[in-house]
Design a binder for this molecule. Sequence first.
Ligand code: FES
Length: 165
Amino acid sequence: MVVILNNLDDEPIHRICGEHGRRPDELIEILHTVQKEHGYLTDAALRTIAEALNISRAEIHGVVSFYHDFYRAQPARHILKICRAEACQAVGSDDLAAYAERKFATTMGDKGAGGQIGIEAVYCLGNCALGPAMLIDGKLHGRVTPERLDILAETDLSSGEARNG
Ligand code: FES
């Protein structure tokens, strides 16, 4: 008996793999492209990529779990990434993170599971002189106080635009 694991839904993923020459060294770029087009990385998508690149699913899972920018479930509409590294901690990022958790009624590390707001920790955004630093949907902000976060929430999170990074 023949078991068909993949179906026509896999065609876009095979196309993306083909655009990258089905090269295993292009895995990260392929994962980013699949996630960009589909929102997150499903088990089926990872299985298809493994097949197309002729690599093991364990290898792919290792890469996906190592990089925090990959999502295994539908992420929140907006993603806040707050720097928790030393320079930002020294100027208040812990307080900012605690405030953000209260304000958005979520916890650090909760990617939002398809809700409105997800908050994640990052460790240095290269903006140390202007800490606390954070990204809102991929856009860098410096010297973010709780008061400034309130303002940014009004401008950046109420625009209706979805997450882009
Ligand atoms: S420590 Fe926060 S941006 Fe470098």
